[in-house]
Design a protein around this ligand. Structure first.
Ligand SMILES: [Zn+2]
Length: 423
């Protein structure tokens, strides 16, 4: 039995000496197989056992049993130093109530969930129990322990920064600011509100040297970050990522589709049905790059063009816009392409007497320098977007300050967590 339990436990060089079952709990008395330990003072091996010291440590469950290890951390006496010392145990940290592998499992779960949920799933807390708070506290302390190894995030190689904002809770209008290292494609910081002063505070923590070495800062066009960047990153070129420009254009195309549906009401029955049918539920077909559509989607697109020539024209302008970004290899070509596109959009809008893409045109003109910076640096593409999507999958657990801290840790861990950090 002891041999089977030792095998099941599967901790290197650890043997199970005895076991005790108490209801749902399995208590295993364990100690190291080796008869000696190395003195931390002089490095000499000692076989002189001075004292057995037992304490309880939580480990991974076996089957439906919760497992508690009754660990013997032996004290040895070093003949050379004439002092006693505790042996090193590689599966549990000093003064910790849980094994490394247990903490790893919990932290991995926390990254994708929230503390109460994980605590509950692991039998760490019972909502009605008086000790629930203290058990939740234990999980929190595991998280904080590991976070200490990750934070502050190492930014000494930061050259290209992305600043973006996302809303985590839909319709609440609460935005947080996301700071991204574009080259390593990792999240490097979160700011709990969009105020410039808060973002500045966070960035100042990186130190003067890092701020000075930043070569490029990619921003979106809604936040007013340009002035901030110019103020604290003296050597950075401000660029607007193509992803943000695309969003403005896609929004307008989508708005036009909705408006076209409304206008169709005034048409005769047959044409009206045609427009409704072709546009209904086809947002994706309209917004997706034409060369990436399936045969079936292409047929749908043809029907849209036929039923609604206006959307057809706007769609081709959208395609031309993407084409400029896909094919321009240098600043000159990109700039000329963009200028042509702007002229064409204005011309089409005037000819059709509709205001579509006029918001995009205005925005692109206002940010022209930053947008063409993209052609020069060929920045981010999908980096920022990918990070935002991953962030949205990390569930926030409410929105108090403590919860922001918890979200921040979990988010940063999900990019910077290395299994060894639980040790
Ligand atoms: Zn010694």
């Amino acid at each position: 039995m002891k041999r089977i339990l030792t095998q099941l436990l599967n901790l290197p060089d650890v043997v199970v000496e005895s076991s005790l079952q108490e209801g749902e709990i399995l208590i295993l008395s364990v100690s190291k197989k080796t008869k000696s330990a190395v003195c931390p003072q002089c490095g000499k091996k000692s076989e002189h056992l001075h004292q057995n010291q037992r304490y309880l440590v939580k480990d991974l469950p076996m089957g439906d049993k919760e497992v508690i290890l009754n660990v013997n951390r032996r004290r040895f006496k070093c003949k050379k130093c004439r002092k006693t010392f505790s042996e090193q145990l590689d599966f549990v940290g000093k003064r910790k109530g849980y094994t490394h592998r247990y903490a790893e499992k919990i932290v991995k779960q926390i990254i994708n969930s929230n503390i109460s949920h994980v605590a509950k799933n692991n039998g760490l807390t019972d909502v009605d129990a008086p000790c629930a708070a203290s058990r939740r506290e234990e999980v929190n302390s595991m998280l904080e322990d590991i976070a200490k190894n990750v934070m502050p995030i190492d930014v000494k190689n930061l050259k290209r920064l992305g600043i973006d904002e996302i809303s985590l809770v839909k319709r609440q209008g609460k935005f947080i600011v996301v700071l991204v290292d574009i080259d390593s494609e990792k999240l490097i910081g979160l700011v709990k509100e969009r105020k410039q002063i808060e973002i500045e505070k966070e960035m100042r923590k990186w130190g003067e040297q890092v701020l000075e070495q930043i070569e490029e800062v990619s921003i979106d066009m809604t936040g007013n970050y340009k002035k901030l960047v110019e103020k604290i990153c003296p050597n950075a070129l401000v660029t607007v990522d193509r992803f943000h420009v695309t969003k403005v254009i896609h929004d307008e195309l989508n708005q036009a589709t909705i408006a076209e549906n409304k206008t169709a009401s005034s048409l005769n029955i047959e044409s009206r049905e045609k427009v409704f049918d072709s546009l209904k539920g086809n947002k994706y077909t309209i917004l997706k790059a034409e060369n990436k559509l399936t045969e079936k989607q292409k047929e749908k697109l043809d029907r849209i063009r036929e039923a609604s020539p206006l959307i057809g024209i706007m769609h081709s302008l959208k395609e031309e816009f993407h084409n400029i970004f896909d094919t321009s290899e240098d600043l000159g070509t990109g700039m000329l392409g963009l200028i042509d596109w702007l002229k064409k959009a204005v011309r089409v809008s005037a000819a059709l007497a509709v205001p579509y893409y006029q918001k995009s045109v205005k925005t692109i003109k206002r940010w022209f320098g930053e947008i063409v910076g993209y052609f020069e640096r060929k920045t981010t593409k999908v980096v920022v977007e990918g990070i935002n999507n991953k962030l949205k999958r990390i569930k926030p657990s409410g929105f108090g300050f403590i919860n922001f801290r918890n979200f921040e840790i979990r988010a940063l861990l999900s990019w910077h967590y290395d299994i060894n950090l639980a040790r």
